[in-house]
Write a protein that binds this ligand. Structure first.
Ligand code: GAL
Length: 676
């Protein structure tokens, strides 16, 4: 149940962006213009000081906050929210020179040069002390300031450091986790290639032969980030206990387990820069991946709203070709986030700088300093829309379907060798399952395998590679109680240290439970296909589906085959099975299916469960539909107009007109309806 939290949901959508007045102190007339333009744009929320450390502490230990005092006061006068940043995202040049140990050491063991941002060591006591001091100064100075509404801790934490201090911390972390080297050697299968360790200091994280080590290194890296966040937050949480703390995430990322970092933030915030080019044949795929990420992040803290901290009002300067955002696209992108539970959408950046490498990055105010630009007007129009949409604030999203997305599974699968697990394969795979629900406007919750899934009607676990403690038991209890659990090839393969489960796959008792033994897995060239043919009279009514290049070769041990492979030496063997257990069903999908095949698979399941769809009506597959409370948000991710048929009675919230029986969305058009 999503409730207002902090500034989120408190009466208005947050709309604004990263604002860097510290770069304009010598031309205060532009700062005056900023406040006028902010008013004109209808924006209300600004993240300040993200990389401003040098402006506060030009000389070590000598702090100046005059400029920020003035800005904070003006923000308060205007009724704007300030999300005040801690400046650790970019350390002052003097600091990086004076204390080289705060700079990272790379994988080759080289200390990095003085780089501009995001490259500090996670462990350095010197850097931690400097951060603690500046954060304490900021919190003490602004603790009672009416404009201060949230802390923006650092910026997009990421990266690894291999300095002696970080390595010592790694060894300590391993010792705390495994207790003894003997235990670690056993669990990591240390006899392989003579990789048995006799001293913790021998464990080099760059050893790519040991997949258990690689998985643990990812875990450790995320532990370091979360730990640094908590370190930064100590003075903030002590001095300003009522001001929530966040740090901005970076969407889907191979190495960053945001589910772990989400545990230490008060509010989940994300940055997104999708490729929404409306003439892109893969536009729907991009839209699906953004929705997937939004649902994943929404579920980190299901009881609170989340917000988009950064997005771009126009073209990003780092993506080539640097294509302008086509009309409609920006509103569709923002409403999509709102539809998935966001209660704020902000930008990088409010005003484009005059110099340095992001000066041509999209901004609400460009170098013309004008409010007449297309981008400014688009943003101002969105503010007006948000005023009409405040009824959405605090509304719920209800999902009867859950998908398990688990970083441990992703890393275990990725690092095991011999698996169809190139970069992002795990994500692509899961998103294909998700897409079939997206296309129908069926809301999906997404979370890792530790989360309780007992309340859902349908749970899908693509590539549930790693079986963590208690998960197999919870799957069994869920199905016995009446749930439908769908699991794919490459599931139940390994334990938490990534050692293969013995006794035939899927392990952990799931072989018996699914009534099937997956003996082998055939991994062919991408592009290879095999028809997967429904068994006559199968209960899902499956016909012929397109099986792709990954095929679990299995034997029935009690399950009922729903479809079999029609080619190769395993022709006739089960590709999709169901085992009826208790009141529920355990479905095993051994074949990697294309999206059309997944549609065919889930169609009858959706129908049998009577799953609720966002829209009472029908929309083309390019149209995203999301439901929040009584509101339905629609976005057309296509360069063709889309005709949406409305069966239910709706009012078009943006025009206050009855919506009628048909709604035509322009290319990249969007709309918000409310049940009449
Ligand atoms: C983000 C970053 C911003 C800005 C932006 C440009 O990743 O947080 O500071 O650099 O990218 O797209």
């Amino acid at each position: 149940m999503s409730k207002p939290y902090g500034i989120l949901g408190a009466g208005r959508f947050l709309h604004g962006g990263d604002y860097n007045p510290d770069q304009w102190l010598k031309t205060p007339e532009y700062i005056d213009d900023d406040f006028r333009l902010m008013r004109e744009s209808g924006c209300n929320t600004f993240s300040i000081g993200i990389f401003a450390w040098t402006s506060y502490e030009k000389k070590e230990g000598v702090f100046t906050f005059d400029w920020l005092d003035r800005i904070m006061d003006r923000m308060a006068e205007e009724g704007h929210n300030v999300i005040l940043a801690t400046p650790s995202g970019a350390k002052p040049s003097w600091m990086a020179h004076k204390y080289p140990e705060i700079r990272r050491v790379d994988r080759l063991g080289l200390r990095e040069p003085v780089m501009p941002r995001h490259n500090h060591c996670w462990t350095s006591p010197v850097f931690r002390e400097k951060v603690h001091t500046i954060n304490t100064e900021l919190a003490t100075r602004y603790k009672d300031h009416p404009a201060l509404k949230m802390w923006h801790i650092s910026n997009e934490y990421s990266g690894e450091c291999y300095c002696d201090l970080c390595l010592a911390r790694w060894h300590q972390w391993l010792e705390e986790k495994y207790g003894s080297l003997d235990n670690l050697n056993d669990l990591w299968w240390g006899g392989f290639w003579s990789e048995t360790f006799t001293d913790w200091r021998e464990i080099d994280p760059r050893n790519t032969a040991m997949d258990s080590l690689e998985v643990d290194w990812h875990r450790f890296t995320n532990f370091q980030l979360a730990d640094f966040f908590q370190w930064e937050a100590i003075p903030l949480r002590k001095i300003t206990p009522n001001i929530p703390c966040t740090t901005n995430f970076m969407g889907a990322n191979e190495g960053l387990d945001y589910s772990t970092i989400a545990e230490v933030v008060d509010i989940v915030t994300d940055d997104q820069y999708p490729c929404f080019y409306i003439d892109d044949p893969d536009l729907v795929k991009s839209a699906v991946s953004v929705s997937f990420k939004d649902d994943l992040f929404r579920c980190f803290k299901p009881d609170r709203p989340w917000m988009l901290m950064e997005s771009c009002p126009d073209a990003t300067q780092w993506r080539l070709p640097k294509r302008l955002k086509r009309p409609g696209v920006h509103h569709a992108e923002m409403l999509q986030a709102i539809g998935h539970g966001a209660e704020g959408t902000c930008y990088f950046q409010w005003r484009a700088g005059r110099g340095s490498c992001e000066k041509f990055h999209g901004a609400v105010v460009d170098h013309s300093n004008s409010s007449e630009t297309r981008v400014f007007q688009t943003v101002a129009d969105l503010s007006k829309k948000y005023e009409k949409l405040t009824g959405i604030l605090g509304t719920d999203i209800k999902s009867d379907v859950a998908i398990i997305y688990d970083w441990d599974c992703k890393w275990g699968f990725r690092h095991s060798g011999g698996m169809p697990s190139d970069n992002y394969a795990y994500d692509r795979n899961i998103q294909d399952h998700y897409r079939t629900f997206w296309e129908q406007g069926i809301s999906v919750d997404i979370f890792r395998s530790e989360r309780d899934f007992s309340g859902y009607k349908l749970v899908i676990a693509p590539i549930l590679w790693m079986l963590k403690e208690g998960v197999a038991e919870r799957i069994k209890a869920y199905v016995e109680a009446g749930g439908i659990f769908v699991m794919t090839y490459c599931s139940g393969v390994a334990d938490e240290t990534n050692r293969v489960l013995m006794g035939g796959l899927p392990g952990g008792g799931l072989r018996e439970f699914f009534g099937l033994w997956n003996e082998e897995i055939d991994v062919l060239d991408p592009g290879s296909t095999v028809p997967v043919v429904g068994v006559a009279g199968n209960e899902l009514g499956l016909g012929t589906l397109n099986g792709l290049h990954v095929r679990a070769v299995s034997h029935l041990e009690g399950a009922t085959p729903l479809a079999t492979y029609s080619g190769d030496f395993y022709a006739g063997s089960p590709a999709i099975t169901v085992n009826h257990v208790g009141k529920g069903k355990a479905i095993y999908v051994g074949a990697l299916l294309d999206v059309a095949g997944l549609r065919d698979l889930y169609g009858p399941i959706v129908a049998s469960l009577g799953l609720e769809k966002a829209l009472d009506g029908t929309a083309p597959k390019t149209v995203a539909t999301q439901k929040r409370g009584d509101y339905v948000l629609l976005e057309n991710f296509s360069n063709e107009p889309a005709t949406v048929i409305l069966t239910g009675k709706y009012v078009n919230v943006l025009t206050d007109e009855p919506a009628g029986a048909e709604l035509v969305l322009e290319p990249a058009g969007s709309a918000v309806l409310v049940a009449a």
